[in-house]
Design a protein around this ligand. Structure first.
Ligand code: PPE
Length: 305
């Protein structure tokens, strides 16, 4: 999806012009993929632009860095403030926000210990990741021939730049085969997640989503969905999901910051009822919650100014 530039990007402590936010071709992370990032959205709310669950996202960024043994040169509070400053500088009511911490120019070789850690935060307008009508029409899913990383290969709980080669292989395979998105299985064959979303599967009145131990990222949208579901009397649990659960599901939806909530209309050409009742309800509440329209979830909306 093409990027529309905004005026400024935050780089190592200050806002620089969009076109000046450059890195050297020998930047360490460009060669080895060691780095971490976040995907966050800001929404227009009645009180002004607000960054959805900003602190939770920055805490996850810090945890991803910790898993990789990267020392972030800024505290969570500093990065929260920097993100708000960057969002405010765009003048946009809503946008996608991409903080990234990477190993900068100056060292080569696989020893990351001497490397400098650089941090940048960029924002741009970004539409619905899986299409505008993804909630009502649903998306066609394919189980990927690519396996999600094993915990001892590339820790899936860290939002590591290099991890996304695995997601891109699966995404492109699915698109070329005529599907919208891929579902990834863990090495033990259980369902992990999608290339850039967590998955929820409803069977017999219970909604299940796989745990971190199944190779899923601990999604912040996944966490919001579980709160919304419980608050609306829906039985939602974190538990393992087998491939067959997908084929005979009553409803399936996927969720993530970029994708928000999307229904699934089929998996490997087996149709799934769509849009499901729980999916529709949760998507509706989520869309209002991110825009600060539901008092009980207002704390999730962290004002940019
Ligand atoms: N799993 C993966 C692998 C993942 O990348 C995301 C976010 C999620 C689950 C959902 O996490 P959360 O956003 O906290 O609910 N994927 C980002 C898109 C990646 C991309 O650049 O494309 C996102 O939604 O921002």
């Amino acid at each position: 999806m093409p990027i529309t530039p905004t005026p400024k990007i935050w780089m190592n402590g200050s806002l620089v012009d969009w076109d000046q936010a450059q890195v050297h071709v020998l930047t360490h992370t460009l060669h080895y993929g060691t780095g971490v990032f976040e995907g966050i959205r800001a929404y227009e709310t009645p009180d002004g632009p607000a960054v959805f669950r900003l602190t939770d996202h920055i805490v996850r960024l810090a945890n991803s860095a910790k898993i990789l043994g990267m020392e972030l040169p800024y505290t969570v509070d500093e990065l929260v403030a920097a993100t708000k400053e960057t969002v405010a500088s765009t003048g946009l009511g809503s946008c996608y926000v991409r903080p990234i911490a990477y190993l900068g120019y100056g060292e080569m070789g696989l020893n990351t210990l001497p490397c400098r850690v650089d941090v940048a935060i960029a924002c741009w307008p970004w539409g619905a990741y899986l299409g505008d009508d993804a909630v009502t029409k649903g998306v066609r899913m394919k189980i990927s021939s690519w396996t999600r990383h094993d915990h001892n290969t590339m820790p899936p709980a860290a939002k590591t730049i290099g991890n996304y080669v695995n997601s891109s292989l699966a995404k492109v395979e699915a698109l070329k085969a005529g599907y919208d998105e891929a579902i990834m299985l863990a090495p033990n064959g259980l369902v992990a997640e999608c290339t850039g979303e967590n998955i929820f599967v409803s069977r017999n009145g219970i909604i299940l989503t796989p745990p971190l131990s199944a190779g899923a990222l601990e999604g912040i949208t996944q966490s919001s969905v579980m709160t919304i579901a419980r608050d609306n009397g829906i039985d939602v649990r974190v538990d393992n999901i087998a491939r067959s659960d997908l084929y005979i599901a009553d409803e399936i939806f996927v969720c993530g910051t970029a994708a928000e909530i999307s229904s699934v209309n089929s998996v490997d050409d087996r149709s799934v009822p769509c849009p499901g009742e729980a999916t529709t309800l949760i998507a509706d509440v989520y869309a209002k919650a991110v825009r600060g329209e539901i008092p009980q979830y207002k704390d999730w909306c962290e004002l940019a100014v």
